[in-house]
Design a protein around this ligand. Structure first.
Ligand SMILES: [Fe+2]
Ligand SMILES: [Fe+2]
Length: 397
């Protein structure tokens, strides 16, 4: 077998779906070695005899369903990346499989998307292979499931004719969520001059991705409300995240980055510290220990986390966002916001913007900014202005 060939196993009980996939993915035959089977049992046999890297399975299947298969594979072959390609609209099944799988995709899925998802999953394995992170994940009582509303949003957004009104309507179904999203949207930090009264309007003003991220962030923060640790306030973390998003977006605007990168900066900033919530929520005792350690030794919380957990909130947050199928860039922002990827300055974009925004908002430019990185170094001349922008935000708020 030529080196670099990816080994992918597809499982679906519908012969037509398998044929369709086979035909659609034929052009990838030089990159992927693919096998197609029609039952969970056959899939397990294949996995036992040959080393596959990725499993892509349907959820609703007779005899052994996707949930059972994913559970078995997680146990017997934990190194195999588990992706779901689901046609079911059953909420319950969707959520259960989304938690068991590394990523969740909705049928029909074109070759380009499928390929991008698989490549992303394989690339992200670098972070997944972090031994500290692996141990921690094994220990977590429960990984927060993808919020139901978010699953619905992904589904709606996959359809090319999803209208602004439909997307607004999905958010509106959840009253608590609507209130939270509107509170965030109308926060002075976002700088919209008029009052937004409906999620649909928010979509018009801020774009779908931003509103989706706001909705997700609102529901993530709501899920974790109970942590209750001294020295750790969910409210201040949420405010911090919103400020980092706002400053990162301002950085992108200063540098005349395209709209899409500007949105990514905002979304990335909003979600960059999600890992802190996961750690504090799942391991409150250990997180308390990390907080005390950081205070006593006057070190950054990420250093104390590494000491206690063997990994930091950055990797954990990146992992969770990846699990939830966020775009590569957003998961990268979360996973690498303290340790920037080793890439030239023009290819680092939103990761650098969020890194800088985080240091600026925390008023820790001296301590936290990676000035040895060429991507950051190239932007240093702007930092005083960004600091001033951030200070203005803090006053306004
Ligand atoms: Fe952080
Ligand atoms: Fe932060």
């Amino acid at each position: 077998m030529p080196p670099g060939l990816r080994r992918i196993l597809f499982v679906d009980d519908e012969p037509k779906v398998l044929e369709g996939l086979q035909r659609m993915l034929y052009p990838l035959r030089n990159e992927w070695r693919m096998e197609f089977v029609s039952s969970g049992q056959q899939a397990l046999e294949c996995l036992a005899r040959s080393d596959f890297e990725v499993l892509i399975t349907d959820v609703r299947m007779p005899v052994m369903d996707g949930i059972e298969l994913l559970t078995e594979v997680a146990e017997r072959h934990p190194q195999v990346i588990r992706l779901v390609l689901s046609g079911t609209v059953d909420q319950e099944l969707t959520l259960r499989s989304a938690v068991l799988a590394h990523q969740y995709m909705v049928k029909p899925c074109d070759a380009k998307t499928l390929r991008a998802r698989v490549e992303h999953a394989l690339n992200f394995r670098v972070v997944l292979d972090d031994p500290g992170l692996k141990q921690l994940i094994a220990r977590l009582r429960s990984l927060p499931s993808m919020p139901a509303m978010y699953v619905k949003l992904i589904e709606a957004l996959q359809s090319p004719d999803a209208s602004v009104r439909e997307i607004g309507a999905i958010i509106e179904q959840d009253i608590g969520m609507t209130a939270k999203v509107l509170q965030l949207v109308n926060s002075s930090l976002l700088g919209i001059s008029r009052r937004i009264a409906k999620p649909g309007e928010a979509v018009v003003y801020l774009g779908v991705d931003t509103v989706r991220a706001l909705a997700l962030s609102a529901s993530v923060f709501t899920q974790f409300r109970s942590a209750g640790l001294p020295g750790f306030s969910i409210e201040s973390l949420q405010e911090h995240s919103l400020k980092v998003g706002a400053v990162a977006r301002h950085i992108a605007k200063t540098l005349n980055w395209p709209r899409i990168a500007t949105d990514d900066c905002f979304v990335g900033g909003l979600l960059h510290d999600t890992g802190k919530l996961v750690l504090a929520h799942n391991c409150p005792d250990l997180y308390r220990k990390a907080l005390t350690l950081a205070q006593q030794n006057q070190v950054a919380i990420r250093e104390a986390e590494r000491e206690v957990f063997g990994t930091t909130h950055a990797e954990v947050g990146g992992y969770l966002l990846w699990l939830w199928g966020f775009p590569d860039l957003i998961t990268e922002v979360a996973a690498m916001h303290h340790n920037l990827p080793d890439r030239p300055s023009d290819a680092i974009g939103p990761v650098a913007a969020v890194h800088i925004a985080d240091a600026v908002v925390n008023r820790r430019v001296e301590q936290d900014l990676d000035q040895g990185h060429t991507g950051v170094l190239a932007l240093m001349e702007h930092v005083p202005e960004w600091q001033a922008f951030s200070e203005d935000l803090q006053v306004q708020h």
